[in-house]
Design a protein. Structure first.
Length: 144
């Protein structure tokens, strides 16, 4: 059992080292770019003799191309053993935040709705008063 754990630990350490390496490459790439472009560079890697720049939206790819010679030169200087000679830009769209739709799971009875409206008349808190009135309106929107 222990050798298996040591193997898993070794594999995890290797993954962690790779993650640190790719984060360092990304940091170097982003530090070379202007502020407006930095957050859109989301990954840097190498494939054979090609520097791969990953960007989140196509609109930024055109602007990134102006910085390709600078980025390539920087990585050639710091990693001469990779013999990088070309740059490729890949667009990796990020998932958009989809707003959650709220569904009413229960509706107050007509009697409860009436009581909520009566209670809200005696409440000082504006927020609580509005919430009770809004909740009481659900009784009228009940599906048949």
């Amino acid at each position: 059992m222990k050798p298996l754990l040591n193997q898993a630990s070794g594999a995890l350490n290797h993954l962690l080292e790779n993650a640190h390496l790719y984060q360092a490459l990304l940091d170097v790439g982003q530090d070379t770019l202007p502020e407006r472009l930095k957050p859109h560079l989301i990954g840097v890697s190498f494939e054979q003799n090609t520097l791969i720049l990953q960007i989140d939206e196509a609109i930024w790819a055109t602007q990134l191309r102006f910085y390709e010679p600078t980025l390539l030169g920087l990585f050639q200087e710091h990693f001469p053993h990779l013999e990088l000679n070309t740059v490729k830009v890949k667009i990796l769209p990020q998932p958009k935040h989809i707003p959650k739709e709220w569904h009413v799971t229960s509706y107050p009875s007509d009697q409860d709705a009436t009581e909520m409206q009566q209670i809200s008349k005696n409440i000082q808190s504006k927020g609580l008063k509005e919430a009770l009135n809004k909740l009481s309106l659900r009784a009228k929107k009940k599906p048949l």
